[in-house]
Design a protein around this ligand. Structure first.
Ligand SMILES: Cc1cc2nc3c(=O)[nH]c(=O)nc-3n(C[C@H](O)[C@H](O)[C@H](O)COP(=O)(O)O)c2cc1C
Length: 189
């Protein structure tokens, strides 16, 4: 078994609130982006972009999102959403993966989103390969139209993942995993 297989068989995310400094430096971030953009991409459209949200920017986004949240009617579990928003502030590095999928004569939008998802996964793997821990999160604001301006999204763009990256010494316990045979079959005819 290769080291890569062993890593993939045992990999886990770390909770974003356990991610402390250091995060990746500029060179390491370039490596993460290099790996993250090396994903399957039907049509070679590169239908994604990455945005680093530095701490002070996240403070402002957090503030604006809380203000928006306070004015939203019919928001269930408001306190839970406040906590989810606060997660933006903790990790030393937050890299946002944005799907820029657009209608295309040959490549369905779905496939473009899948490529952005693959970019998120590669970001996690690249982070781990450099010795960092990471977690792929979204939250209420990713799906709230009124938050799009705060998030800096252009028309048609969608956040695929907010990847929190940092350092954690906390041991990761195993979580229940799906029974493979419940998700695999061999077609008989
Ligand atoms: C698109 C997407 C969004 C997610 N958003 C959240 C989230 O908002 N909150 C959360 O606790 N986990 C979220 N997760 C789950 C975590 O990223 C991760 O699956 C979990 O921490 C354990 O995964 P592991 O098997 O990598 O350890 C999300 C996963 C995906 C794929």
């Amino acid at each position: 078994m290769t080291d890569l297989t062993e890593y993939m068989k045992t990999r886990r995310s770390s909770l974003s609130l356990t991610l402390d400094p250091p995060g990746p430096d500029d060179t390491q971030l370039r490596t993460i982006l290099h790996v993250a953009t090396r994903v399957p991409d039907h049509g070679k459209l590169a239908p994604w972009r990455f945005e680093l949200w530095p701490g002070p920017v996240r403070q402002k986004i957090h503030e604006d999102l809380l203000q928006l949240l306070a004015g939203l009617e019919d928001m269930p579990d408001r306190e839970k959403q406040v906590q989810a928003t606060r997660k933006l502030l903790h990790a030393p590095c937050v890299l946002v993966v944005i799907s820029t999928a657009q209608a295309h004569p040959k490549i369905p939008i779905w496939e473009q989103h899948l490529s952005a998802g693959a970019a998120c996964m590669n970001t996690l793997i690249a982070s781990n390969s450099l010795g960092f821990e990471a977690q792929w999160l979204t939250a209420w604001y990713v799906y709230e139209d009124k938050a799009r301006k705060i998030l800096g999204l252009k028309d048609g763009e969608q956040i695929a993942g907010i990847i929190h990256i940092g350092t954690s010494e906390i041991a990761k316990s195993e979580r229940p995993r799906p029974e493979i045979d419940n998700h695999f079959s061999i077609r008989e005819s």
